[in-house]
Write a protein that binds this ligand. Sequence first.
Ligand code: ARG
Length: 249
Amino acid sequence: SAVEAIKAKGELVMYTNATFPPFEYLSDTSEAVGVDVDIAQAIADELGVELKVENVDFDSIVPSIQSGKGDIGAAGMTVTPERQKEVDFSDTYATSIQYIIVPEDVEVSKVEDLAGKAIGVQTGTTGDTLIAGEINGKEDEEGNKVEGVLQGTDAEEVQYKSALEATQDLLNGRIDAVVIDKMPAESIVAKNDGLKCVELVYADGSKTEESYGICVAKGSDLTEVVNKVIKDLQDSGKIDEFMVDHSNA
Ligand code: ARG
């Protein structure tokens, strides 16, 4: 079993992408820290092993868990049907929505206002999938082709390794907007003068709700341990404490 193997090697290996405050980011001493690292530490403690954190590109987390290189993927990762084909997810521990970051003087209140703009995203994220779908067309639940709201507007998607790098290009004027989850967006705006962020809503008022889970290899008995720890941390108010601890990230 996965749990026995982790206990035998004495180490729980967490894969993450530390560009996503407050869930994971680099400390002043370049150590990966954040809410997800605190949760992973609690899982390691429950198993009685050391925690090892591997900081990789976001889009290589799921493949690394699938191949068994890592034991858990914890990265503010949204549970999606596509990812559930590759890995199993724990119970969810946080919710989010997408946000749009723009220069302070730009009027953007809905996705449709991104028409004709260059939009930066982090490769492999739900924001990436959403913007690509609005520019190139998407599929509805039945698999029918649906037109995207930015299709035919000259809107362009630019992929980056992180939202932090996308933000540098936003500040340089190379792109017009960045789409990323709410809390990292708020952190980016708090740390960079001249930017603001708004909820990503559609003209019809709809928005994208997402829930974060920790991923493990398909069929792994680790899921039970992770779920137990998440429940304990929620019941004791610890997850809220972790959020407060990292609120200046
Ligand atoms: N919630 C989004 C997703 O699952 C973005 C996660 C990005 N996480 C990170 N650590 N960079 O796609």
